[in-house]
Design a protein around this ligand. Structure first.
Ligand code: HEM
Length: 440
C-alpha cells in the first residue's frame, strides 16, 4: 500500500492536519485468501492488506481454519450489529481454541461458568443488567472521573519520569498505559481487596485463554489464573460485605424482569466481563495511541497543547487501529448477508478494524486525519443494543493519558534499535505490548 501525498481530499473529509499512512509499511499480498491465518505473525503485524482484500474480494468470507465467517465491509458489519433478531450475541465469549478436557477440569474445579449476562446475553434480562453498567459510566460519572484519571496519570508519570532520568529508557505500556485503566476502574466501580497487578494478570490470562491460540501447556497455566479470578469473584459476590455503592453492590440490588434477584453465577459473569473489558481494552488503546503519536514526526509536542487534538487523535486510532479488532455473532437460522447464504449456527467474525478502513466510508483510510468530518462513524465500540457502555470512559482516559504523557515527557522518542515492538495478536484484541521510549 502506498502513501500518496495529501494535497487533495474527498469533499467533507478535511485534509489539513493529516499525517502520513499509519501502521506498518503495508505490503501487497498475493497469497490466496484461503491461506489467511488470523493468529499468524504476518496478519497480526500487518492486517491491512488482508482486510482490504477481504473487503473487495470476499466481503462475507468463510475461513476454513477457524470455521468463522469473516464480515469485513462497514455496511455489513453495521447491519449485523443492528439486527439482534437475525444475529445473536450468544457466542461473544466462546473460546475460539477449543478447551481440552484437562483445561476444562481446572475450570470446573472452581465451578467456572459464564451464563448470559452482558455481551453474550440475547435474552430479556440483558437490558436491565446493561442499565446497572451504564449507570456507572454515564456522562456525569465520566466527567466526575476526570480528576481521578488525571491524578492517577500524574502519579504513574512521576514514576516514568524518574525511571527515564535514572536509566534513560522506559516501557510506557507496563509502567503507564496498562496500569492507568485498571486503577481508574477500581476506583469507579469500588473494587477492593485485590492488587491492580493481580487484576491485570487475571484479565490478560482470560483474554488469551478465550481469544487466543495457546498450546496446551499454556492453556493449563492460563486456566489456573482464570480459575483464581473466577473464584475470587465468587467469594466476593457471595460475601455480602462489599460497599453498596460498588458495582457488585448494585448487582446485588438488581431485580430481573420477573422480580427475582440475580443469582451469584450471573453476577460473577457480569463482573468477569466488566472487570476485563473495563481495563485491558483501554490499556491496549492507550498503548497504540501513544505509539502512533510518538511515531509520527511532529505529532507528540502538538497533542500536549492544541485543544481537542488528543481527543481527535484517539478517535482516529479507534477507527484505524482499534484494540478490539473483531467481535462475534451467531445466526439462529439460515439467512443471507451481502449476497451470501449463511447456514443456521454460522459463527460470524465482524472485522471491526477492517470496517474502519473501508474507503466507501472513510476516504484515504490509511491516513491519520484527526479532522475527518465523519471521525466518529467507526464501529470500534459496536453499535445497537450491545454498544460498548464504557466508550465514553475509554475515550476520556486515552485522551487524558496522551495529553498528560506528552506534557510531562516532552523529551522522549521511540527507543532506537528495539525494532518493531511485540504485538498482542488475539482473535479480537490487538495492540503493542511494549512502548519502549528513551530520552531524546
Ligand atoms: C477502548 C476501549 C474499549 C473498546 C474498543 C470496547 C469495545 C467494545 C465492543 C466492540 C463491544 C461489543 C459491542 C457489540 O456487541 O455491539 C463492547 C461491549 C462492552 N463493553 Fe467495551 N470497549 C472498551 C472499553 C470498555 C470499558 C472501559 C468498559 C467499562 C465497563 C467496557 C464495557 C463493556 C461492556 C459491559 C460491554 C457489553 C455491553 C452489552 O452487551 O450490552 N468496555 N465493548
Amino acid at each position: 500500500m502506498t502513501s500518496p501525498a495529501l494535497d487533495s481530499f474527498a469533499p467533507g473529509t478535511g485534509a489539513a492536519g493529516c499525517g502520513p499512512a499509519a501502521g506498518p509499511e503495508s505490503t501487497d499480498i498475493r497469497a490466496p485468501l484461503g491461506l489467511l491465518d488470523l493468529f499468524g505473525d504476518p496478519f497480526v503485524r500487518d492486517p491491512y492488506p488482508w482486510l482490504d482484500r477481504l473487503r473487495s474480494e470476499s466481503p462475507v468470507h468463510h475461513d476454513p481454519a477457524t470455521g468463522l465467517w469473516l464480515v469485513s465491509r462497514h455496511q455489513d458489519v453495521r447491519r449485523v450489529l443492528l439486527d439482534p433478531e437475525r444475529f445473536h450475541p450468544d457466542n461473544a465469549q466462546h473460546a475460539v481454541t477449543p478447551l481440552p478436557v484437562a483445561v476444562l477440569r481446572v475450570l470446573a474445579r472452581v465451578g467456572f461458568t459464564l451464563p448470559p449476562a452482558l455481551a453474550n446475553n440475547g435474552t430479556l434480562s440483558h437490558s436491565g443488567l446493561r442499565r446497572v453498567v451504564t449507570r456507572f459510566f454515564n456522562a456525569q460519572r465520566v466527567a466526575a472521573a476526570v480528576p481521578v484519571i488525571e491524578r492517577i496519570a500524574d502519579e504513574l508519570l512521576d514514576g516514568v519520569r524518574s525511571q527515564l532520568d535514572s536509566t534513560d529508557g522506559c516501557d510506557l505500556f507496563t509502567s503507564f498505559a496498562q496500569v492507568l485503566p485498571c486503577r481508574v476502574l477500581m476506583e469507579v466501580l469500588g473494587i477492593q481487596g485485590v492488587e491492580p497487578a493481580t487484576l491485570i494478570r487475571w484479565s490478560d490470562a482470560s483474554l488469551e485463554l478465550f481469544w487466543g491460540r495457546p498450546p496446551l501447556e499454556r492453556q493449563l497455566e492460563l486456566a489456573e489464573l482464570v480459575a483464581e479470578f473466577h473464584q475470587w469473584l465468587t467469594v466476593t459476590v457471595r460475601s455480602g460485605t462489599v460497599p453498596s455503592s460498588s458495582f457488585i453492590g448494585a448487582l446485588a440490588r438488581h431485580r430481573l424482569p420477573d422480580g427475582t434477584s440475580l443469582d451469584a453465577e450471573t453476577a460473577v459473569a457480569a463482573c468477569f466481563f466488566v472487570f476485563i473489558a473495563g481495563q485491558s481494552t483501554t490499556g491496549q488503546l492507550i498503548a497504540t495511541v501513544l505509539r502512533r503519536a510518538l511515531d509520527e514526526p511532529g505529532r507528540w509536542p502538538r497533542v500536549a497543547g492544541a485543544a481537542g487534538l488528543a481527543e481527535a487523535w484517539v478517535e482516529e486510532v479507534l477507527r484505524r487501529e482499534p484494540p478490539v479488532t473483531t467481535w462475534r455473532r451467531v445466526t439462529p437460522q439460515a439467512t443471507r448477508l451481502g449476497g451470501v447464504g449463511l447456514p443456521a449456527g454460522a459463527q460470524l467474525l465482524l472485522m471491526l478494524m477492517g470496517s474502519g478502513s473501508d474507503p466507501e466510508v472513510f476516504p484515504r483510510p490509511e491516513r491519520m486525519c484527526p479532522n475527518r468530518a465523519n471521525i466518529r462513524h467507526h464501529l470500534a465500540f459496536g453499535v445497537g443494543r450491545h454498544r460498548c457502555p464504557g466508550a465514553s470512559l475509554a475515550r476520556t482516559e486515552a485522551a487524558v493519558a496522551l495529553r498528560a504523557a506528552a506534557r510531562r515527557l516532552p523529551d522522549i522518542r521511540p527507543a532506537a534499535g528495539t525494532g518493531e515492538p511485540p504485538i498482542l495478536g488475539l482473535l479480537s484484541f490487538r495492540a503493542p505490548s511494549m512502548v519502549a521510549v528513551e530520552r531524546a
